[in-house]
Design a protein around this ligand. Structure first.
Ligand SMILES: [Zn+2]
Length: 216
């Protein structure tokens, strides 16, 4: 009895000693609060559109909340490893426009534009609030963005998956189909109206995540 108690104390001590330097080094606060993983990899170019003013809100809604990276659900990270292998084989890159969006940011966006046609109501949240969606496009071997049917976050019908490019300029649709093929092979699902959006199967069943920690 005394022996196991001593062992437990020793184990806690070892844990404390091992974990203390991590905290001191500044473990990633967003990873700690949400359980998500910050995406990194040589084939990913992270260009968060909401961390600048080049977006439909014309406003940087990420920097005030300290969001400067692409955070994804661990299951998503595993699938993105498959994607990265394929990108390497093809000499391509994935440009990432949006990943996890904190619930706090969703509320800020709703304040700027309280219109469910353009912004998800924070009361119900979006898949991005769950870390189970990623918005992306392809870049070529020289890391230059490839042409797609529309810009990111366009609300026009050309952004739909069903859009057919004119015969004389088929490459934007070809690039969209290539992106779908690469992401689809890793098990991601698409939605009808946004060529850039991919999500985990059953993406809605995951909880909404806030920066204050835990599910809401
Ligand atoms: Zn999306």
């Amino acid at each position: 009895m005394r022996k196991s108690c001593g062992a437990a104390i020793l184990a806690s001590l070892v844990f404390f000693i091992l974990s203390a330097p991590l905290t001191a080094m500044g473990a990633d606060k967003i990873e700690t609060a949400t359980g998500l993983i910050k995406l990194s990899g040589e084939r990913f170019i992270v260009d968060l559109k909401y961390a600048g003013s080049d977006n439909f809100l014309k406003s940087d809604v990420y920097s005030p909340f300290g969001l400067a990276g692409c955070y994804v659900h661990p299951e998503m990270r595993a699938r993105l490893e498959t994607v990265e292998k394929r990108l390497k084989e093809e000499g391509l890159y994935l440009i990432v426009y949006d990943c996890y969006r904190p619930l706090e940011v969703q509320r800020a966006m709703w304040e700027i534009m309280p219109d469910a046609r353009y912004v998800a109501n924070p009361a119900t949240g979006s898949l991005h609030n769950r870390g189970t969606a990623i918005d992306c496009a392809l870049a070529d071997e020289s890391r230059q963005p490839m042409e797609f049917p529309t810009a990111f976050d366009s609300f026009s019908p050309e952004a739909w998956q069903s859009h057919q490019c004119p015969k004389e300029s088929p490459s934007p649709c070809g690039n969209r189909d290539k992106l779908n093929e690469i992401m689809g092979a890793a098990g991601f699902r698409t939605i009808r109206t946004e060529w850039w959006h991919f999500q985990l199967p059953g993406a809605k069943k995951y909880p909404l995540l806030s920066l204050e920690g835990g599910a809401k």
